[in-house]
Design a protein around this ligand. Sequence first.
Ligand code: NZQ
Ligand code: ZN
Length: 382
Amino acid sequence: MHHFEFTYHNPTQIHFGRDSFGQLAALIPPAAKLLLLYGGGSIMRNGIYDQVIRALAGRDIVEFGGVEANPTLETLASAVALVRAERRDFILAVGGGSVCDGAKFIAAAALYEGDGWDIVNGKHVVERALPVGVVLTLPATGSESNAGAVVTRAATQEKKVFFAPPTRPRFAILNPQVMDSLPDRQLENGLVDAFVHVCEQYLTYPVGALVQDGYAEAILRALKALGDSFARRREPGWQQNLMWAANQALCGIVGVGVPLDWATHRMAVELTALYGIDHGRTLSIIQPWLLRETIDAKRAKLEQLGRRVFDLADASAEDSIAAIEAFYRGLGMPVHLSDTDVADADAAERVMQALRAHGNAALGGHAGLDDAKTWRIIRAAC
Ligand code: NZQ
Ligand code: ZN
C-alpha cells in the first residue's frame, strides 16, 4: 500500500471578502518601512491603488511599479536595489501571480549578497527573507499563499520555478471585487491554470487517497461549473468561487502525501520563455497532448476524473481527455500552438532544444517521460 508521508504547514493568513482591504493596517506593523510592489499599472486604473493607499494612510511607503507579467530577473534587480537604498523591511505585493512571485524573489534577494539567479536555480538555499504580504488582484496561480515563485532571466530566455518557504506571504487579502476590472482573457487563464494545478496533483495513479482525491475533485468540479457558467463571470457569486478555488488549487493541501506530476508545467514554461504566451494558455496547449502520450500510466485516474468531474458514465481515459480539451476550447483557450498568433515553423524543434538545455526533456516520473515521449508531445502540440 501507499503510505502518506508529509509535513503540512501553511501559515499564510487569508482575509477573504469584500471588506478585506480594511484588514491591511492591522496586518502590517506600524513601524514597517514598506515597499509597495505592483505591475504594469492596472491598479492605478481600477482604483485598487487608491484603496490600498487609503487603508495605509500615514505609513512609510516607497513604491516600485513595472513588474511585468512573467517577471524578469532584470526588472526585479532594480527593485532589490531600491529596497537596499531605501532600507525597506516589508514587501507588499499588489497584483497577480507575477507581482506576488516578484515580491518573493525581492524578499529573498534583498538579504543575499550573491547573484540573484542563484536563488532561482537553487544554488543559494533561501533561509531568510523580508516579510511579504499580498493584496491579490488576479485569482490564478495560488502564489498568494504558497512558497513557490517563477522568475525569467530575459537575457537567456530562461523561466524557472524556485521554492523558498521563508518567502511565503504572511497574509493574503482576497477581495473578489478586484475581479471587476479583469479582462475575460485573464479569467480564462486563471480558470485553466487552477484546473491544471489540481490535475498535476491528481492525474497520476490511484493510491487510495480518499480525502486528497475528494478535495481535488471538488475543486475541479467547481472550476468546471465556473467554466460552464462563464456568462455569469461578472456576478459576485461567480467571482468569489473562482478566487477561492484558485487559491485552494495551489495552497499545497491537494497534493499532500500523493504522487505528483508537474510535467505539463515543466514543459509549458518554455512556450512563455520563447514566445511570451500567457501561462494559462501554455498549459491548455500542452496538457491534452501530454495526457494522450501518457494515457496508459494515467488511465485509472483519467477514468475517475471523467466519472467524478465530467459526470461521464463509464468514461474511458480517451473520453476524459476529450472532455478536458473541449472544456478548454469552450473557454476560447488554445489547444495547439497554431491557435495562437505565434508563427514559427521551427517551434517544436526550438521548444525541444530549450527543454533539453534546461534538463526537462526526460522528466521521468510515473509516466516515464523520456526524450522520445517528450518530443512526441511537443511535436503534437506545436
Ligand atoms: O501588470 P498589471 O498592469 O497589473 O496587469 C496585469 C497583467 O497584465 C493584469 N491584471 C492583474 N490584475 C488585474 C489586471 N488587470 C485588470 N484588473 C486586475 N484586477 O493581468 C495581467 C497578468 O497578470 P499576471 O500577474 O502575470 O498573471 P497571473 O496571476 O496569471 O500570474 C502569472 C505568473 O505566475 C506564474 C506564471 O508562470 C507567471 O509568471 N506562476 C506562479 C505560480 C506560483 N507562484 O505558485 C504557479 C503558477 O503555475 C505559475 O507558474
Ligand atoms: Zn500554473
